[in-house]
Design a binder for this molecule. Structure first.
Ligand code: ADP
Ligand code: MG
Length: 256
């Protein structure tokens, strides 16, 4: 079985990228897949959400060639789930890469030795379309776009789709949008339903049928260093991420 490489992309912060990387990853691990989470955000939220250590070699050291990728994968307390952590060094990486040749390919080169050891590698992007995110787009096969059901959703989405299409034409022809994912969905608000309907009528089958509900348990889980399916497996959030994992497996199988 070949590895599936997925990134979570949205230039906006606070839309559920990190939350989705952690909880989709953990749900896939629970299904028996060997999963590596890669933290590309200097904030290190993904790392701490699974109690990873951000003082040891992580994505920065791997990308700049100070540490082999295989040595930066940490076990988590969850079976089948591993993390490559991010530390504050990541904050300067965009600038460090600017003058380099092949500056968009550092991540791809650095992670290449990992390919045959994992079923899924999920990378969490920072909230920008800077060089680190470009590196992620060069490396990945699949993009998941988490978004909130907000009024300006469509504007941001169009920019993102254009950027992905440019990368596909130039640097990474195998990049595919796996799906658009609505997060923090509140069923009873008209706005949320209008936005879901609007985007679904435009992007149709690209939108995941799983909607991730706004659920306080999802927001609590990272402070315990646990994914939602371990923190509270019965809550609506855990069930939604399980359902998403099944949908992701099905969609990926269509492409392979
Ligand atoms: P991003 O990585 O895009 O910046 P996060 O995943 O960090 O976004 O989410 C932003 C905030 O919203 C976090 O505090 C997170 O705990 C919270 N959050 C994310 N998804 C949900 C949800 N479904 N229900 C409730 N809170 C959520
Ligand atoms: Mg984040």
């Amino acid at each position: 079985m070949s590895v599936k490489k997925i990134i979570f992309l949205n230039q906006k912060g606070g839309v559920g990228k990190t939350t989705t990387a952690v909880n989709l990853g953990s749900s896939l691990a629970q299904m028996g897949n060997k999963v590596l989470l890669v933290d590309l955000d200097a904030q290190g939220n993904l790392t701490s959400a699974v109690s990873g250590d951000n003082r040891i070699n992580g994505t920065y050291e791997v990308i700049v060639g100070q540490c082999p990728a295989t040595e930066a994968c940490q076990k988590t307390s969850i079976q089948n789930l591993y993390v490559m952590g991010a530390n504050i060094n990541m904050a300067g990486l965009n600038i460090e890469l600017v003058d380099q040749e092949m500056r968009e390919s550092f991540l791809k080169k650095a992670l290449a030795p990992l390919e045959d050891q994992w079923d899924y590698i999920l990378a969490d992007c920072p909230p920008s379309l800077g060089l680190v995110t470009m590196n992620a787009m060069c490396w990945a096969q699949y993009v998941i776009i988490p978004m909130q059901c907000e009024y300006f959703a469509m504007e941001g989405l169009n920019l993102l789709m254009r950027t992905i299409s440019n990368i596909k034409k130039s640097l990474n022809p195998s990049l595919q949008v796996l799906g658009i994912l609505f997060t923090m969905y509140v069923k009873r608000t008209k706005l949320a339903n209008d936005v879901v309907e609007d985007i679904s009528s435009y992007f149709s089958s690209l939108v995941f049928s799983t909607l991730i509900p706004r659920n306080v348990r999802i927001a609590e889980a990272p402070s315990h260093g646990l994914p939602i399916n371990v923190y509270d497996m019965q809550c609506s959030g855990a069930k939604a991420y399980q359902k998403l994992a099944q949908e992701v497996v099905k969609r990926v199988a269509k492409f392979e």
